[in-house]
Write a protein that binds this ligand. Structure first.
Ligand code: AMP
Length: 174
C-alpha cells in the first residue's frame, strides 16, 4: 500500500497575515499539489460519507473549494453560505461577533427544509465563531447538522468548545 501523504507539509505558515500576531495557514500550497488536494478531499469525503447527509453546506470562500469537491465525490448537493449581499434570492442571515465589530452570513431561505441532514465544511476551525453562526443559520431552517468538517483545526483556540454537542472532524490539528 502507498505511504500516506503528510498533508501538513503542504500547509504554508504566513506570519503576521492579515495582521500582526496571526499565523495564517495558507492552503493554496496544498491545493496546488494534485496528490495533496486529492488526499484531502478523499479523507474528508470518507469521514462525511459515513454520516449519510443529503447536502454539504460550504462557508465562503475556502469552504466552497473543499465543500463542492466533497459533495461532487459523494453525489450530494452543495449549499453556499455567503457574505452579506452576495446571494441573489431571498435570504436568512446570522450576525456574529468578530474581534472588532460583527460580520453577517447569509443562506437562501429555501435552501434547506425541515429534517434535511447536512454536513458543514470550511477550510479551518479557529475560535469556532464562524461555524457556530452557520450552525445557527442551518438549525433555524429546521435542518439537522450531522457534523462540521475542516481541513485544519487550530486546537489551541478550543473552537470545539463553542460547538457544544456538534461532532467535529478535522484532518490536521495544530
Ligand atoms: P473562526 O470563526 O475563528 O473559527 O475562524 C474561522 C474562519 O476564519 C475560517 O473561515 C478560516 O478560513 C479563517 N481563519 C481564521 N484563522 C485563520 C488562520 N490562522 N489561517 C487561515 N484562516 C484562518
Amino acid at each position: 500500500m502507498a505511504k500516506a501523504l503528510d498533508l501538513k507539509k503542504f500547509i504554508r505558515d504566513i506570519p503576521d497575515f492579515p495582521k500582526k500576531g496571526i499565523i495564517f495557514k495558507d492552503i493554496t500550497t496544498l491545493l496546488k499539489d494534485p496528490q495533496a488536494l486529492k488526499a484531502s478531499v478523499d479523507q474528508l469525503a470518507k469521514a462525511v460519507s459515513k454520516l449519510k447527509p443529503k447536502y454539504i453546506v460550504g462557508i465562503e470562500s475556502r469552504g466552497f473549494i473543499f465543500g463542492t469537491a466533497v459533495a461532487c465525490k459523494l453525489g450530494l448537493g452543495f449549499i453556499p453560505v455567503r457574505k452579506k449581499g452576495k446571494l441573489p434570492y431571498k435570504t436568512t442571515s446570522v450576525s456574529y461577533d468578530l474581534e472588532y465589530g460583527t460580520d453577517t452570513l447569509e443562506m437562501h431561505s429555501d435552501a434547506l427544509k425541515k429534517g434535511d441532514k447536512v454536513v458543514i465544511i470550511d477550510d479551518l476551525l479557529a475560535t469556532g465563531g464562524t461555524v457556530g453562526a452557520v450552525s445557527e443559520l442551518v438549525r433555524g431552517s429546521g435542518a439537522r447538522i450531522c457534523a462540521v468538517a475542516f481541513v485544519i483545526e487550530l486546537a489551541f483556540l478550543n473552537g470545539r468548545d463553542k460547538l457544544k454537542g456538534l461532532p467535529v472532524f478535522s484532518l490536521l490539528q495544530y
